[in-house]
Design a protein around this ligand. Structure first.
Ligand SMILES: CC(C)(COP(=O)(O)OP(=O)(O)OC[C@H]1O[C@@H](n2cnc3c(N)ncnc32)[C@H](O)[C@@H]1OP(=O)(O)O)[C@@H](O)C(=O)NCCC(=O)NCCS
Length: 183
């Protein structure tokens, strides 16, 4: 995620959360978040340019695809904590939420993490299903975690040993094959 993506991110944010993060929170994470990583998902409109010269030209022309999803995470020793994830309402139900989360976990593995954790609203059945499908388990409950007083489930994936990493990679490949098909 770059600062130029924030306007589109905020559009999705406002359609996705009852208490959206302010724009300044994303700006702060991008500028100063040394222990965090934020990614956006953009559909590829054409095949990747073949040569460095084509790539340079494209960058100069400032071609860019719309932002259709994003994910953020923060690192603490041994652990990546998912701080936000959303997919544009028009792009939901195609496997993209799963895909972007698996991509983020794959990147997080470079930091030698053993666990991935997150909070999810007790009422958010869709997100809970997504996390459960990927192997997250409920490990706790945070009473009144959200500003409106709703409780959160604390969910955790791991320990991420070799077999678990292999399983996630296989899942990612399967999701990629399905979600990248045109619908
Ligand atoms: C949660 C969210 C990111 C999922 O994105 P998505 O691209 O629609 O999800 P996917 O298509 O990858 O679906 C992944 C899984 O979620 C579950 N799911 C998705 N849509 C669902 C629905 N309408 N009903 C029930 N389960 C659903 C399924 O388990 C699905 O796996 P399957 O397709 O193999 O059955 C998206 O709904 C969203 O942006 N919601 C608003 C923001 C939010 O709640 N973020 C989570 C904060 S903790």
């Amino acid at each position: 995620m770059r600062e130029e993506d924030i306007a589109e991110v905020m559009e999705i944010e406002r359609h996705s959360f009852p208490n959206p993060w302010p724009e300044s929170a994303y700006r702060h994470e991008i500028r100063y978040g040394t222990d965090s990583l934020f990614y956006v998902l953009q559909p590829c409109q054409e095949p990747s340019p073949a040569t460095w010269w084509d790539r340079l030209l494209r960058r100069r022309q400032r071609e860019r695809s719309p932002v259709i999803g994003y994910v953020g995470m923060r690192f603490v020793p041994g652990e990546a904590h998912i701080t936000t994830i959303a997919v544009h309402p028009e792009w939901r139900g195609r496997g993209l939420g799963k895909y972007i989360l698996l991509m983020a976990i794959q990147q997080a593995l470079r930091n030698r993490i053993r666990f991935v954790t997150l909070e999810v609203r007790v009422s958010n059945r869709i997100a809970q299903q997504l996390y459960t499908d990927l192997g997250f388990r409920v490990v706790g409950i945070q009473r009144g975690y959200y500003r409106d007083g709703e409780d959160a489930w604390v969910m955790r994936l791991g320990p991420l040993d070799e077999a678990e990493i292999e399983r996630l990679e296989k899942t990612r490949r399967a999701v990629e094959a399905v979600s990248m098909r045109d619908k």
